[in-house]
Design a protein around this ligand. Structure first.
Ligand SMILES: [Zn+2]
Ligand SMILES: [Zn+2]
Length: 304
C-alpha cells in the first residue's frame, strides 16, 4: 500500500533544511566501497578481466579502510579556515595543502596488503614491489602529477595505488571537519573541501543530488538537470544501457559534450559512486560512441 503523507508531515519534509554537504563517514567509507566492488564484480554483465580488476580494487579498498583507522592528520588551523572562507577557496586544496609524509606509509601498507594476495598477477605484483622501494622524491612527484591531472607525467600502472593512499589522507582530513568550516566556492563544480572534481553524482533518498569528490569523498549539493561541468541547464539528456542495471545513467550535456554518471539511491540503495562508475564501463563505451567525453576520470582508473 502506498503511504500518503499527512499535511503536517509534508510541512516537516519541506522545512527540513537541505544539508549543503555530506562529509565522509570514516568508519565505513572504504569498506562500503569494497563491498559494492565485490558485489558488482560478480555480475554476469561484467566481463572476466573487468571482474578481476573490480576484485583487486575491493582488496585495495579494504586496505584503505584499515589504514584510515590508524591515521590522524593535522587539521587546518583557525587561520587557515578563515583564509579559505575569505577567498572562497577549498579548505585543504589537493594542489596546495602541505600533505604530511604519512600518506607514503599508507601507500606502503596498501602495497604490502595487496602483495599478500595469492592471485595477484605478476605485472601488478611488480608495480606494487616497485612502489615499495621508490624514493621519497619520486613518490611525491607522482602524487603531485596525479593531483594536478598532469597525465603525461603520471605512471599509469602505479596511479590507482598512489591515488588510493592519497584518498586515505584526504578522507582522514575531510571526515574530521565541521561542515561550517568548509567554504562555499565560486566554482560549484569542484569539491569545497579539497578542490578535486567529482567522480559522479548521486540522487540521495530525499531526492537531492550531490556530487561526490573523487579524492576526499565529500559530497556537495547541486540542483538536478544541470551539467556539473559547464553548469548549463539546457540540452541535458540522460543515457542508459537498455536492460542495464537500474539506478545508473549518464547525464550528458550538449553544450560541452561531456557526461558524468548519475546514480539513483531510490532505485538501488547500495549505490557507491567510485565503485559504480568503475563497474559501468559499458556505459562509457556507449557514450564514447555517441561522441561525448568523460568530464573527469575515475580515481581508481585515473587515465582513460
Ligand atoms: Zn574533495
Ligand atoms: Zn556542459
Amino acid at each position: 500500500m502506498r503511504r500518503i503523507l499527512e499535511p503536517g508531515q509534508i510541512e516537516d519534509v519541506a522545512q527540513r533544511p537541505l544539508p549543503r554537504l555530506r562529509l565522509p563517514d570514516r568508519a565505513h567509507v572504504f569498506s562500503m566501497r569494497a563491498a559494492r566492488l565485490r558485489q558488482q564484480s560478480g555480475k554476469d554483465a561484467i566481463g572476466g578481466s573487468i571482474g578481476d580488476y573490480l576484485r583487486l580494487m575491493a582488496h585495495l579498498a579494504d586496505a584503505q579502510q584499515i589504514a584510515l583507522a590508524d591515521m590522524e592528520s593535522t587539521p587546518p588551523s583557525i587561520e587557515q579556515i578563515a583564509h579559505a572562507r575569505t577567498f572562497r577557496m577549498p579548505l585543504v586544496a589537493s594542489n596546495g595543502w602541505p600533505r604530511e609524509q604519512h600518506w607514503r606509509r599508507t601507500l606502503r601498507s596498501i602495497c604490502d596488503s595487496l602483495a599478500m594476495l595469492p592471485e595477484l598477477s605478476a605485472p601488478t605484483r611488480a608495480v606494487c614491489d616497485g612502489l615499495r622501494v621508490l624514493g621519497r622524491e619520486s613518490l611525491e612527484a607522482q602524487a603531485d602529477a596525479l593531483l594536478a591531472a598532469r597525465t603525461e607525467a603520471v605512471d599509469v600502472a602505479a596511479a590507482p595505488f598512489v591515488m588510493a593512499a592519497l584518498q586515505v589522507y584526504w578522507v582522514d582530513l575531510a571526515s574530521r571537519m565541521r561542515t561550517d568550516d568548509i567554504p562555499e566556492l565560486d566554482v560549484p563544480g569542484a569539491c569545497p573541501t579539497c578542490g578535486t572534481l567529482p567522480v559522479a553524482s548521486v540522487v540521495r533518498a530525499q531526492g537531492f543530488r550531490y556530487l561526490h569528490c573523487a579524492l576526499c569523498a565529500t559530497e556537495w549539493h547541486m540542483v538536478r538537470v544541470k551539467c556539473s561541468h559547464c553548469l548549463t541547464t539546457r540540452g541535458i539528456s540522460y543515457q542508459f544501457i537498455e536492460d542495464g542495471p537500474p539506478g545508473i545513467r549518464a547525464e550528458c550535456c550538449d553544450t560541452c559534450r561531456t557526461y558524468r554518471k548519475i546514480l539513483y539511491q531510490e532505485q538501488d540503495g547500495e549505490v557507491e559512486p567510485v565503485a559504480d562508475d568503475l563497474a559501468s564501463l559499458a556505459l562509457d563505451l556507449l557514450l564514447s560512441d555517441a561522441g561525448y567525453h568523460r568530464a573527469s576520470a575515475n580515481p581508481l582508473l585515473p587515465v582513460v
